[in-house]
Write a protein that binds this ligand. Sequence first.
Ligand SMILES: CC(C)(COP(=O)(O)OP(=O)(O)OC[C@H]1O[C@@H](n2cnc3c(N)ncnc32)[C@H](O)[C@@H]1OP(=O)(O)O)[C@@H](O)C(=O)NCCC(=O)NCCS
Length: 263
Amino acid sequence: MMGEAMFKSIRDEIDAMMARDPAARSRIEVVVCYPGFQALLFHRLAHGLWRGGWRLLGRLVSQLGRGATGIEIHPAVVIGKRLFIDHGMGVVIGETSEIGDGVTLYQGVTLGGVAPSVDSHNQRNTKRHPTLEDGVIVGSGAQVLGPITVGRNARIGANAVVTKDVPSGVTVVGIPARAVQSREQPKQAEPRFVAYGTPIGDLSDPIARSIDGLLDEVQTLRARVNRIEQRSVGGALDVEDGTVERGREGEGREASDPPQGKC
Ligand SMILES: CC(C)(COP(=O)(O)OP(=O)(O)OC[C@H]1O[C@@H](n2cnc3c(N)ncnc32)[C@H](O)[C@@H]1OP(=O)(O)O)[C@@H](O)C(=O)NCCC(=O)NCCS
């Protein structure tokens, strides 16, 4: 009965990997060719030993897994269902990391501490690695550092360095990581998995969008100034709080003002 449940859980994990990798063609291919799958098997064993108090043996199994797959997962790490580590080489997952269900990591990802070598003794047995909630995707080479939380379905761009919490559903890129967001909100409440983290909607940087907004505002104001100047040519200037009479063209302007009708 227990064996049956374990077999089902392994089959679910293989299916989840196939669903998230366009290159995967069969279950057997995943079993024999996917280091991410093999690393998970090593981790399940290492984690069991660790929890059973066999700490050194757990570390040893974890190191064997690292040698075989290029993926280093500390045996204490708590991992949910259907983790997919694609390609995997160079992935490092630190001791106090927590990983939810349906998470995807690409090669070269680190879930690490911010400064493990500084005052190491006091850092022992404290939470110093990230928590990734369900459905998170972490792009290749990204470094997620510190006891931060990456919210549900958030995405971290390739090579980003993330040291602050990431809210659910948000995509962050760059160093330090900053948010980019869809211009069009996804219609689905639960966005479907997109291979390689490539989003469906049109994304833009919120800073760039703010600058766009300011440029729009400048253009609106410029057009308004032009209109006011053109009106003032006739001698009468309308302003919002009343009408101001002008004696002749250009009266009241500074010498440095641009010519009327231009800006
Ligand atoms: C973050 C990510 C999911 C965004 O996907 P996207 O739709 O291509 O994003 P966009 O190009 O619309 O991004 C919006 C802005 O963020 C920038 N950006 C996207 N990904 C970035 C990254 N990893 N680092 C820095 N900037 C990035 C874009 O250049 C764009 O900036 P711009 O508006 O100034 O041109 C994707 O780029 C990514 O990094 N996915 C991980 C893929 C991966 O690891 N693949 C490995 C497979 S083996």
